[in-house]
Write a protein that binds this ligand. Structure first.
Ligand SMILES: *[C@@H]1O[C@H](CO)[C@@H](O)[C@H](O)[C@H]1NC(C)=O
Ligand SMILES: *[C@@H]1O[C@H](CO)[C@@H](O)[C@H](O)[C@H]1NC(C)=O
Ligand SMILES: *[C@@H]1O[C@H](CO)[C@@H](O)[C@H](O)[C@H]1NC(C)=O
Length: 341
């Protein structure tokens, strides 16, 4: 979607137009829009907030397609932090399988663990990989600006890890999850979150019985002041990507905040897992950031293996938008293998 030339509802072909209307025409006097990061979010001066994607809700279920079961759990009621947990068909109590903690995308502004896009993705991945998954529902900007999503995501991670001792209250975790084979994953803004969770895992004292084996990032959202690769080629894409960070995190020091620019993060060297898989899409304005992530991770002295897979001819999070295409199915297979290494 970040290349601005596709046609599914998630894509941003109209973003350029919105940007022109709201920015170039200095039109903020002529209309009531404070900022417009279409289709994620539009914020009006009178406080009205509109989201154009990611608002759907599907209940937890037993998925007829895959046989995967899901249920919703509250992690912090007062903060409204929750998660949807997934268990594959034929899971046997006591037979432990890998555990994935997943962070959804949506530019920090929209989507949820309960939307059709992510519910479908988790059902597919859990079935294919035969894993337990926890899909985290963190709070969204701008009502809850960053760093709140990071705090919620960490709270959820620690809640999950707490089950490694056998004491946590969620039986799907205590009975089925192998805490010696934990993985983190996320796409787009959720890829950014997963990465930052891995950094923190590496910096803090480890939880007894927990080993984070690896992490996959699908078209992760990173940026920085200095452009890399071809990023200067399209000013509209660049403005869009920068606006996401600056509006999601108004108190951030900016585009070289280590949270968005891993190249500025001294914590990279101790990233809390040894294997990282990054997917980038050939038409995505974020693709060079995925490659750059690999570069800075290697340069940091981190003692692990990182691999980037670029899928040509595809756009941002193509596998979530069109999950039944051959390329999406091939990617699902690679992710499933990664989660079982
Ligand atoms: C805020 O402004 C928008 C655009 O002018 C309008 O559609 C909406 O009804 C307004 N909301 C309130 C609460 O005034
Ligand atoms: C809590 O989160 C759910 C799921 O994202 C949302 O639908 C609901 O509106 C939230 N409740 C409050 C009080 O923010
Ligand atoms: C860089 O961007 C320009 C303009 O969008 C495009 O024509 C060119 O093919 C791109 N090159 C690469 C390597 O992506």
């Amino acid at each position: 979607m970040f290349s601005g030339k596709n046609s599914t509802p998630l894509l941003l072909f109209t973003y350029t137009l919105h940007l022109l209307l709201t920015t170039s025409f200095a039109a903020n006097a002529a209309n009531d829009i404070l900022y417009d990061i279409y289709p994620f979010i539009r914020v009006y001066r009178n406080g009205t907030i509109q989201r154009f994607i990611g608002q759907g809700f599907l209940p937890a279920s037993t998925d007829p397609r895959t046989g995967v079961q899901s249920k919703d759990v509250s992690i912090a009621k007062d903060l409204n932090v929750s998660a949807r947990i997934y268990l594959p068909k034929n899971a046997l109590p006591g037979h432990k399988i890998p555990l994935l903690i997943y962070y959804h995308g949506g530019g920090f502004f929209t989507e949820s663990a309960f939307s059709p896009t992510y519910h479908y993705h988790m059902n597919s991945l859990v079935a294919k990989a035969n894993i337990v998954a926890v899909s985290v529902n963190y709070r969204l900007a701008p009502e809850h600006p960053l760093p709140i999503a990071y705090q919620d995501s960490w709270l959820a991670l620690k809640w999950v890890f707490h089950h490694a001792s056998g004491k946590g209250g969620e039986p799907w975790l205590t009975n089925y999850a192998d805490f010696g084979r934990v993985y983190l994953g996320g796409d787009s803004a959720g890829g950014n979150i997963a990465h930052n969770m891995a950094v923190r895992v590496g910096l803090e004292e480890s939880d007894p019985g927990v080993k984070v084996n690896g992490m996959f990032l699908n078209c992760p959202y990173f940026w920085g002041k200095r452009l890399v690769g071809n990023e200067s080629a399209d000013a509209h894409v660049r403005n869009f990507l920068e606006a996401i960070w600056l509006h999601a995190y108004p108190n951030s020091p900016g585009l070289d905040d280590p949270l968005v620019n891993p190249g500025k993060d001294p914590g990279l060297k101790t990233l809390g897992c040894k294997r990282v898989l990054v997917y980038v899409a050939g038409n995505d304005g974020l693709r060079f950031r995925g490659w750059y992530y690999m570069q800075v991770l290697k340069e940091s002295g981190w003692d692990g293996i990182v691999k980037v897979v670029e899928v040509k001819g595809e756009d941002h999070v193509f596998n979530l938008i069109n999950p039944t295409t051959p390329k999406a199915i091939a990617m699902l297979q690679v992710l499933a293998s990664f989660l079982n290494q």
